[in-house]
Design a protein around this ligand. Structure first.
Ligand code: AKB
Length: 339
């Protein structure tokens, strides 16, 4: 039992969780507690105070955590991604919407119990956008947060609604109830581009062609890209995604002009990614086998995002551009991992 402030990470065993736990555990003042459907990897376990194996939809489990810990920062990473969500839309809605609602309510109750605001970090996605196809995408160029909010995937709809729910809890919670407790949720969302990690592979996403191509080449396995070579969406190296989460979480609330921010880094075409992978792994066998349905999803996401608000308000400044991400992070780390 601890009454010291702790950080809660849901979906901790996923891609972002790995990097986030590594980084957060270097801050010895704040213990980490985690929640996931599966146990944490042996490498991560020693870095957290307590790991709960269970579902974010398990109210009894959330009540137990509420009673045992004083939480003032939540990274709500648990989600069903865009490809998997199309095969199981009701499950995706349960996890992505009902799970987020349960966690927002949990944050409000935590805040009421200790009297301080709970910072609620929510990874949203470029899937919150919906453009009508490659031509519209080309015309739109770098999109701003409030444009084209007409997603076509269950995951995108869920993320966009998650942003709205967060803004509701932060700004209008029980607005008609006289003497209702004030909002205790300080909601902060980040619309992530496709993320590429050198140490883990994503599962169930539609931006997965980039990380899959790189990891396959490093292992000497052939890879068939499921998108056309001219497909372009924004990507980011995982260390920059972790930095962005931590930087936004630690920015004083009065500096923030939005609840959810775009963040970008680089926006290569699939062909440019293939060329870079081929350069690093000359024997790589990469072919194209377009999956029209997944292609349609990627074609509805923007070519790039306008992240000026994030740069101005809290200093978003990715360390890795496209070439640096490959040469200084992805290729050396992946090579050492597979050899
Ligand atoms: C996905 O492809 O579902 C995610 C995303 C872009 O949010 N990686």
């Amino acid at each position: 039992m601890s009454r010291k402030p702790v950080v809660l990470i849901t979906g901790a065993s996923g891609e972002i969780g790995h990097g986030l736990i590594d980084q957060l555990s270097t801050d010895t003042d704040r213990a980490i507690i985690t929640l996931d459907l599966v146990p944490l990897s042996p490498k991560l376990s020693p870095k957290v105070r307590q790991h709960y194996v269970g579902s974010i939809l398990d109210q009894q489990l959330l009540d137990r955590i509420l009673a045992e810990y004083e939480i003032d920062l939540i990274f709500h990473l648990a989600a069903v991604l865009s490809t998997r969500g199309e095969f199981a839309p009701v499950t995706a809605h349960k996890v992505n919407v009902e799970g987020t609602l349960a966690l927002l309510e949990f944050a409000q109750r935590q805040g009421e119990s200790h009297g301080r605001s709970v910072i609620f970090m929510f990874p949203s996605s470029i899937a919150a956008y919906g453009l009508s196809g490659p031509d519209a995408k080309k015309r739109a160029g770098r999109v701003r947060e409030d444009e084209f909010n007409t997603p076509t995937t269950m995951y995108g709809c869920n993320k966009l609604y998650g942003e709205l729910l967060g803004a509701y809890y932060a700004g209008h919670y029980k607005q008609l109830v006289l003497e209702a407790p004030p909002s205790k949720v300080d909601f902060r969302g980040l619309r992530f581009p496709g993320l590429i990690s050198a140490v883990t592979l994503p599962s169930g996403g539609t931006s997965d062609y980039a990380p899959e191509m790189i990891h396959a080449a490093a292992q000497g396995k052939p890879y068939a890209s499921f998108v056309r070579p001219d497909t372009r969406i924004p990507f980011m190296a995982m260390p920059d995604a972790i930095t962005a989460l931590l930087r936004l979480a630690s920015t004083p609330a009065q500096r923030l002009t939005r609840r959810t921010y775009n963040i970008g880094a680089f926006a290569p075409s699939a062909q440019e990614i293939m060329d870079e992978v081929q350069l690093a792994f000359p024997n790589a066998v990469i072919t194209i086998k377009v999956d029209e349905r997944r292609q349609n999803i990627v074609d509805s996401w923007p070519e790039d995002v306008d992240d000026q608000a994030a740069r101005t308000d809290w200093g978003h400044s990715p360390k890795y551009d496209f070439h640096k991400a490959f040469r200084d992070y992805l290729i050396p780390t992946i090579k050492s991992q597979y050899t």
